[in-house]
Design a protein. Structure first.
Length: 319
């Protein structure tokens, strides 16, 4: 099947779904065939974690991640995080043509590419999703089957993973990208505000204030944890309580972390705190992308990692 024809079907069914789309011609096709201020771009390998952050931040809104097979493969470890968080409102669509087709000029000129991806060989993306723990996953090869799978995904309250097998034919007369990445992100935030899904004063941006909410009617209750006294470089339990309580008093309500010994007590407090959303991740840059998605969705996130993990976050920071 042709991807742009499948996207036309998606546009008929999406209603007010948030769409996180990946790079290349696929993103242009999405914005051409299903234009919306609820579309937002995320570069590979981050569409999945950004989509997860948005889904957790806005649990009443449907969130769709759509990317190519190359992008999906580059961020494959995020499937484990999605499956374990199990957001009921997340749909993941992978357009699988088994090739690196749309980046740059590959596939658009006879003397360039395309190079095959791993799915053009022996790799099965749906198999990855099932192994990661997705409750529902399917692979479709026709427009009819795609529509059936998509309708079913929109009707179910659980993570859905759809691998859509498409041909290598690019959309004819593919237009230029309608707006820049920064402008699209601004339009996206404005769209969320106009629909009343997030506050115009989120994070105090419009008032020049810090994150802490003005309403303190809900008291902050720190979780009680016990631990043996030990000597070493990691903060004591008492210092961890000071750090964590300071984060909560500043308005942090979404904690992302990669477990480590140095930050163990702070991370454990977040994991056991029912007043915040806590997400344990597989990679530091995945965590940063989840936090970015959560912020775009109106939450006040923090990423807690060891300093060495910053080296893996440079690409995520640049996006």
């Amino acid at each position: 099947m042709n991807r742009w024809e499948a996207i036309e079907i998606f546009n008929q069914l999406r209603r007010d779904a948030i769409v996180v789309h990946g790079t290349g011609g696929m993103g242009i096709e999405v914005n051409t065939k299903s234009p919306s201020d609820l579309n937002i771009y995320s570069p590979m390998p981050y569409p999945t974690p950004v989509g997860l952050g948005l889904a957790l931040a806005l649990p009443k809104q449907r969130v769709v991640v759509t990317e190519g097979d190359g992008s999906a493969l580059s961020g494959i470890s995020s499937l484990a995080t999605v499956a374990n968080m199990s957001p009921k409102n997340l749909i993941h669509i992978v357009w699988d043509n088994g090739a690196w087709l749309s980046p740059g000029t590959m596939g658009t000129r006879r003397h360039y590419g395309p190079f095959p991806t791993a799915t053009g060989g022996r790799t099965d993306l749906e198999g990855f999703a099932r192994a990661a723990g997705f409750e529902r996953s399917t692979t479709v090869k026709t427009l009819k089957d795609f529509e059936v799978a998509l309708r079913d995904a929109f009707a179910k309250d659980c993570p859905n993973y759809i691998v859509a097998k498409i041909n290598k034919t690019p959309m004819p007369d593919l237009p230029a990208k309608p707006v820049g990445t920064v402008e699209q992100a601004i339009n996206f935030r404005r769209g969320l505000i106009q629909r009343g899904w997030i506050s115009s004063g989120h994070a105090g941006v419009s008032k020049g204030k810090w994150l802490a909410p003005e309403d303190h009617s809900t008291p902050i209750i720190l979780p009680e944890i016990e631990a043996e006294t030990e000597a070493g470089p990691r903060p004591s339990l008492e210092k961890a309580r000071i750090i964590y309580s300071s984060l909560r008093e500043a308005g942090i309500d979404f904690v992302v972390y990669l477990p480590d010994s140095a930050n163990y007590f702070v991370q454990r407090m977040a994991a056991e705190d029912p007043q915040v959303t806590s997400v344990s991740v597989t990679r530091e840059d995945e965590g940063l992308a989840i936090a970015m998605g959560a912020f775009m969705g109106g939450r006040n996130p923090v990423l807690i990692i060891e300093a060495s993990g910053l080296g893996l976050c440079t690409l995520a920071f640049s996006t």
